[in-house]
Ligand binder design. Structure first.
Ligand SMILES: Cc1cc2nc3c(=O)[nH]c(=O)nc-3n(C[C@H](O)[C@H](O)[C@H](O)COP(=O)(O)OP(=O)(O)OC[C@H]3O[C@@H](n4cnc5c(N)ncnc54)[C@H](O)[C@@H]3O)c2cc1C
Length: 369
């Protein structure tokens, strides 16, 4: 723990940017780490030395490693005793010897004339290969403590999912805002079905955000002094977002129509031969200019029909943990017995309904003021 605190201070003092590498290659999903045909399919310790450890394996789908100072590695799942060499957590500089970043950038076509903030966005994800990397002991935070692997994996996922409940509603706002904009361009913003669709974005974004607020409000103070978000609220919020990302795209594309996929290339809007004609046929709602319509559809092409669009959708479903993982976390932490007790009481199976004791609630309300 002392080691970790020292490392944390290094981050704080140097304003470090880090990538969290949790997701292993994982191989055959039905097998545990030590059962895999190739032992390197989960990152593991291959040698323990006097001054540190040697690790090998690969982490997959990791966001931002090429522009991170540090890569923090932790287990992706619970381990059993047989898996103890896989119960390893450590940190290395992004350019440490033996660390190979195989990177897939997602970016938008460069614009020539119609510049806009969205055109300057992009992201990179890497497969991080640890090819016999030496890690000094002061950067090793777990090495063989397989019983703690589950907690560490879930704890990182919990904080990540909690932060997700804050950032994902912003994606919904972008998708919902673009839907409102294109409805205006199409002259249909007052139609009942449009208002119904826009309200879906609002309902989703606000519920996910509310789950994050509730998770923070009901956070519990851990012995270290760090507050840990409530896992049920955070996971329920993240799952709601993950299950609905494709539905949000469904709503946007329904309202945008096919031009989102077939918008003429930017150059044709400015060519001598076709520019005026393309502009003429872009006209829709007389209250907005052709450039307004062009800008709207270029935005929608960028967020819904591009390399980044695919990234946003898949990130929306799997980034931070697929919905099934939130289901597992919810089922681990929720008091199903309490829920069943209510049904038993109402059905007359039990005569008494156990009351929630005030002492159990005190913890929850401790910091509300
Ligand atoms: C854009 C993006 C960014 C990401 N960034 C990061 C990052 O920065 N750091 C990081 O650590 N990870 C990151 N991830 C990885 C993300 O956490 C994983 O994609 C997610 O946890 C799912 O794991 P997976 O991709 O291996 O899918 P899988 O686990 O292979 O899931 C695929 C399907 O298999 C099913 N399945 C898996 N195992 C079993 C089993 N034993 N039995 C039955 N069914 C099973 C799942 O339920 C799912 O339906 C990112 C992912 C994306 C898409």
């Amino acid at each position: 723990y002392g080691r970790f605190i020292k490392y944390l201070k290094y981050w704080q003092e140097n304003d470090i940017v880090g990538a969290c590498a949790q997701t292993d290659a994982k191989g055959d999903r039905s097998k545990r780490p030590h059962d895999q045909a190739d032992p390197d399919l989960y990152v593991h310790v291959v040698e323990r030395k006097g001054d540190g450890i040697i690790v090998r394996g690969a982490k997959q789908s990791i966001t931002i490693p090429p522009y991170s100072d540090e890569i923090v590695v932790l287990p992706t799942r619970a381990m059993r005793e047989d898996d103890k060499d896989y119960a390893v957590a450590f940190a290395v500089p992004g350019d440490a010897d033996g660390v190979k970043l195989v990177t897939r950038p997602a970016f938008l076509r460069k614009r020539q004339k119609l510049d806009a903030p969205i055109a300057h966005t992009g992201v990179s994800d890497s497969m991080i290969i640890f090819d016999n990397v030496f890690v000094p002991w002061e950067r090793v935070f777990m090495c063989g403590e397989w019983e703690l692997s589950r907690n560490l994996a879930l704890l990182f996922a919990l904080f990540h999912r909690h932060s997700y409940t804050g950032c994902k509603p912003a994606v919904s706002d972008i998708l919902g805002g673009s839907s409102a904009l294109v409805a205006e361009c199409n002259g249909i913003e007052r139609a009942t079905h449009v208002r119904e669709k826009l309200s879906k974005f609002i309902g989703l974004a606000e519920l996910v955000y509310a789950a994050g607020v509730a998770s923070a409000q009901f956070a519990k103070k851990s012995p270290s002094g760090t507050y840990v978000p409530d896992p049920v609220y955070a996971n329920a919020g993240r799952r709601l977002a993950g299950e609905n990302i494709y539905h949000e795209y469904d709503l946007l594309i329904d309202l945008a129509g096919g031009l989102a996929a077939t918008l003429p290339p930017e150059g044709d809007f400015y060519s001598e031969e076709t520019g005026n004609l393309v502009d003429k046929y872009m006209a829709r709602n007389p209250k907005v200019s052709s450039e307004y319509v062009h800008r709207t559809f270029r935005l929608i092409e960028n967020i819904a029909c591009s390399g980044i669009a695919g990234w946003l959708q898949i990130a929306g479903m799997h980034g931070g943990g697929s919905p099934v993982m939130e289901t597992i976390a919810i089922m681990t932490d929720y008091d199903i017995r309490g829920m069943k007790d209510v049904a038993k009481y109402l059905a007359g199976i039990n005569k008494e309904l156990p009351r929630i004791r005030h002492e159990d609630l005190v913890d929850y309300y401790i910091d509300i003021d």
